[in-house]
Design a protein around this ligand. Structure first.
Ligand code: SF4
Length: 332
């Protein structure tokens, strides 16, 4: 039993072989081990809730095969301009009043233009004034842009690595895996917290999913948040016919993520609408402790709030308070 429990070392030397060995444990052993790690660092009955708003939708020059917002795909999503600051802040206030503690704002850009940076800064400042954590996802950033975001008070920057380095070019051709790592490194250096994860169900093999986790777990510092998305195939995108991931495989992946990155918030992101409540419950047991709330993500559906409230009630899960710390840092 101790062999299974003793696993909560924080390290960034993980290998694919170790990830595979974890993934291939008998299901109950894997879940037990992941749950022990989870309990060591977090209250197992608390889930952090973020809310996401698309502040600039569609017309993106990148060619991510899964995305309805790429101008190169045929997903029939009209491009919009950057939303007005006041519109974004009014939505953020609604999200805060509904219980979200972090407001995530996403723009469909390869990278922001300097002319948009003042509005972005004002959005970050406004969200902070509402007493929420702020998160932005804007694509690749220059060191100067990162500095401006840091000075505006940005808490988190989301920049997903999407998949393994090996499979990356099958999904995206307009940028490289190494570009993502470079931005992540600059963000980390600035002191802004990193949110980075990926998507499963894009036709990749299991080793790609594990390699993705190994890439995240071998960053100099583990990301603070690790969103694991289950692809929602969108008509008009190259991945419209992608096969879904088996729920048990997905739960195993969540458990491996929890064990390899013990102090990170592992987030169930896109794809929750397609998951049964039993699958979600197993994910929470395996160490997932963050979700997006609200009825839409950037452009995809998310479970209705009443369904989430019902699910949380049935599972005895409480929303994580804003200042909730990991157990090891309870004095902060
Ligand atoms: S995922 Fe982001 S970068 Fe890729 S096409 Fe969509 S909006 Fe653009």
């Amino acid at each position: 039993m101790n062999r299974l429990q003793n696993s909560s070392e924080i390290r960034n030397t993980w290998t694919r072989e170790e990830a595979e060995a974890l993934y291939n444990l008998p299901f109950n052993d894997l879940l037990f081990k992941a749950h022990c790690v989870h309990r060591e660092h977090f209250d197992p009955n608390e889930v952090q809730q973020s809310q996401l708003l698309s502040i600039k939708t569609g017309g993106c020059p990148e060619d991510c095969s899964y995305c309805s917002q790429s101008a190169r795909n045929n997903a029939d999503l009209p491009a919009s301009k950057l939303l007005e600051v006041q519109t974004v802040l009014a939505e953020a206030k609604k999200a805060r009043d509904g219980g979200a503690t972090r407001y995530c704002m996403g723009a469909a850009w390869r990278s922001p233009k300097d002319r948009d940076m003042r509005a972005i800064e004002m959005m970050v400042e406004g969200v902070k004034e509402l007493g929420m954590e702020s998160c932005m996802t804007l694509g690749m950033l220059t060191p100067e842009q990162i500095l401006r975001l840091k000075d505006a008070g940005l808490d988190y920057y989301n920049h997903n690595i999407d998949t393994s380095e090996r499979y990356y070019s099958e999904v995206i051709s307009t940028r490289k895996f190494s570009d993502r790592l470079e931005t992540l490194n600059l963000v980390k250096e600035s002191g802004i917290k990193v949110c980075s994860g990926g998507i499963v169900g894009m036709g990749e093999e299991n080793m790609d999913r594990l390699d993705m986790l190994v890439s995240l777990a071998t960053l100099e510092q583990h990301p603070d948040s690790v969103p694991i998305n289950m692809l929602i195939p969108i008509e008009g995108t190259p991945l419209q016919d992608a096969k879904p991931v088996e729920p048990i495989e997905f739960v195993r992946l969540i458990a491996v993520a929890r064990i390899m990155m013990p102090k990170s918030h592992v987030r169930l992101s896109a794809g929750r609408t397609e998951m049964s409540i039993e699958t979600q419950a197993m994910c929470f047991f395996a160490g997932a402790n963050s979700v997006f709330k609200g009825e839409t993500l950037l452009t995809a559906d998310n479970p209705e709030e009443s369904k989430d409230a019902h699910l949380f009630k049935r599972l005895g899960i409480r929303p994580m308070a804003l200042k909730s710390c990991t157990k090891e840092a309870e004095t902060c």
